[in-house]
Design a protein around this ligand. Structure first.
Ligand SMILES: Cc1cc2nc3c(=O)[nH]c(=O)nc-3n(C[C@H](O)[C@H](O)[C@H](O)COP(=O)(O)OP(=O)(O)OC[C@H]3O[C@@H](n4cnc5c(N)ncnc54)[C@H](O)[C@@H]3O)c2cc1C
Length: 373
């Protein structure tokens, strides 16, 4: 079989790319190892529409987040995909935090996020009576989305445009035949193997993206594509629905392994604490939540929510971030790389697509479309 475009992975990124490319191209296959779409990181996250506050100005994370925020809201509005711009408060609980908050506000402004307000502790309490903070940065262009509905929208759009979805099919390796023609080796659940060829390949395999890039013969350490797994655990808060209506985040740690343990609401008003950031040295696909870590998240949240009681929270779920940043490493950007310079024209590798990947998905898809045009 000869395929024009193969997309590895039916997560929100692979699906957004399939929906975007299929507007003009044909003979597109999405290959997914699970029995259905959106079953990995794309359904294990905060579902937050980020504004683009945290990352350096010229990074893809900022550019694609700011652009993605705008495009996502427009898509949701015109396709009845549930979302709510509930706003976000980034809270300072000490005077040192306030200095960081001011630096964050300056960075956000530089990033083109110009609608932030620096609130006093009293103003925070007016907005969220349970909150205790010295000050907070209020972001009205942060929100939440029904990510499963978004994913189903991309599947439907791509399907209507003729994209073929192949499930329960794991890509083992990719081998260059000649530049612009690649052999894809797949394995089915019963162990049977098959091979087909493709002219273009988009590697949106999430946690497996670096392994697939390595199978093409790329040196993932030299290229900086090696991914490290960082689990993010959540704890549900048994408070009445909508007790807190905004997203609450602390000031992030300087290394940004995560954005810190926040209080995240979903569209139903349910509250969760999280996510923490636990380095997983053996890269295990372990989505369990360790009750032994409840205390840490509880203590983190108590700093700004003093009425929270230990008995209010219980283990919920976890997601795994595919980060390019190992322990102690500096912050890294997304990698979205067309590989002509490495002798693999028509191949695009995406690595380190952690947060704000969900927010940025449409902008990422447009970016990939531009790279292979
Ligand atoms: C804890 C946590 C919180 C987050 N919160 C937010 C947030 O609030 N806002 C935000 O914008 N972003 C957030 N993110 C980031 C966001 O969830 C991701 O950027 C996004 O889901 C990545 O989507 P993806 O399609 O790249 O990966 P995935 O959803 O993992 O999809 C990859 C797909 O590829 C398939 N696959 C892998 N290997 C193979 C193979 N060999 N063969 C075939 N198929 C394969 C997998 O089965 C999977 O379905 C968060 C992430 C985490 C972990």
């Amino acid at each position: 079989m000869e395929v024009e475009t193969t997309i590895i992975g039916a997560g929100v990124i692979g699906l957004a790319i399939a929906a975007a490319l299929s507007k003009q191209d044909q003979n597109i296959y999405v290959i997914e190892s699970n029995a259905t779409f959106g079953n990995e990181t794309s359904r294990r996250n905060n579902e937050v529409i980020h504004a683009g506050i945290y990352y350096p100005k010229d990074s893809l994370k900022t550019r694609l987040c700011v652009e993605g925020n705008r495009l996502l809201r427009r898509l949701c509005e015109s396709n009845q995909i549930p979302f709510r711009m509930c706003g976000k408060l980034i809270v300072a609980t000490s005077e040192e935090d306030v200095i960081q908050l001011e630096a964050l506000a300056a960075r956000a402004k530089d990033n083109g996020v110009k609608d932030l307000d620096l609130l006093s502790g009293a103003e925070c309490r007016k907005m969220e009576p349970r909150l205790r903070a010295v000050a907070a940065l209020y972001s009205p262009s942060s929100g939440i989305i029904d990510s499963q509905c978004l994913i189903r929208h991309f599947v439907a759009q791509a399907g209507m445009n003729g994209v073929t979805f192949v499930y329960q099919t794991r890509i083992e390796k990719v081998v260059k035949i000649i530049p612009g023609q690649y052999a894809i080796y797949v394995v089915y659940p019963d162990g049977e193997k098959e091979r087909f060829t493709t002219r273009r390949l988009i590697n949106a395999a999430g946690l497996d993206a670096d392994r697939i890039a390595a199978s093409m013969g790329l040196d993932i350490d030299q290229q900086g594509y090696r991914q490290y797994f960082w689990k993010g655990e959540y704890f549900s808060v048994q408070w009445p629905l909508s007790t807190i209506r905004q997203l609450i985040y602390p000031v992030p740690e300087p290394q940004m392994t995560g954005l810190g343990v926040g209080v995240i609401t979903d569209l139903s008003g349910r509250l969760r604490l999280g996510p923490n950031a636990i380095f997983m040295p053996n890269r295990a696909m372990d989505h369990t939540v360790d009750p032994g870590r409840l205390e840490d998240s509880f203590n983190a949240a108590r700093r700004y929510l003093p009425s929270l009681r230990r008995e209010d929270i219980s283990p919920d779920m976890a997601g795994i971030r595919p980060k390019l940043q190992g322990p102690g490493d500096p912050l890294r950007d997304f990698i979205i790389q067309e590989e002509s310079a490495n002798g693999l024209p028509g191949v695009v590798n995406l690595a380190g697509i952690e947060s704000p990947g969900l927010t940025a998905c449409i902008a990422i898809a447009n970016h990939v479309k531009g790279l292979i045009a």
